[in-house]
Design a protein around this ligand. Structure first.
Ligand SMILES: [Fe+2]
Length: 209
């Protein structure tokens, strides 16, 4: 909340890798597997988003079989793990995806919305003292791993969305903001289980271990 984690992320040498960002409190290991082109959003309400890109090394070579570990909030800004009392599966909206032999990955999911960090107690007092709000810009969380490379923990954000300039936990980096585009009839898209309404593309870069 004071921005120290963000500062450490920013000053750490990265060896040309994608910038890091917050892990956040909602990570769980052993997320369910999702096939390439699979749908993470399932029957959830909201805009269907195609996320695609490539995992590469710092020289631009694809990393076949890189592991994409992702988790996110839904279109109401809620993580299913926060709603277990109402019967939600804590493994919903999280997945492990293996990139193909060209390092490419693609899947659909629901477009997440901003949410507030818990602000009752000391964090709330800290925010009020600094005249700050508790909202986080909408984001997708990632850990990207591949053998022989340093894993990265990061987040992706969307252009033209709220709180990019004043994210409550200082998580936004310019290099992590993706362009959110509506899907047009003429777009050539990879095969997916669900038809997307919008799309974004992000290439992850890993540095050698
Ligand atoms: Fe988050």
């Amino acid at each position: 909340m004071l921005g120290f984690s963000a500062l450490v992320d920013m000053i750490n040498p990265r060896g040309g890798a994608t910038e890091g960002s917050n892990l956040g409190p909602f990570y769980l290991d052993n997320a369910p597997r999702l096939a390439l082109g699979g749908d993470l959003g399932r029957d959830r309400q909201g805009a269907m988003l195609l996320v695609q890109g490539q995992v590469r090394d710092s020289l631009g070579n694809p990393i076949p079989g890189a592991l994409i570990d992702t988790w996110q909030a839904d279109a109401a800004g809620t993580y299913p793990i926060q709603e277990q009392a109402s019967g939600q599966d804590k493994h919903d909206l999280r997945a492990l995806i293996t990139a193909d032999d060209r390092g490419e990955y693609w899947y659909t999911t629901v477009l997440p919305k901003p949410y507030t960090v818990p602000h009752d107690g000391p964090v709330g007092r800290l925010l009020r003292a600094g005249n700050r709000h508790a909202w986080r810009a909408a984001h997708l969380h990632y850990i990207i791993r591949a053998e022989g490379y340093r894993a990265i923990t990061t987040e992706l954000f969307f252009d033209n969305t709220e709180y990019l300039d004043n994210d409550a936990v200082f998580g936004v980096r310019k290099s992590l903001i993706t362009k959110l585009e509506a899907v047009k009839k003429t777009d050539v898209l990879p095969a997916t289980e669900r038809k997307p309404d919008a799309r974004c593309r992000f290439d992850f870069v890993l540095a050698s271990a």
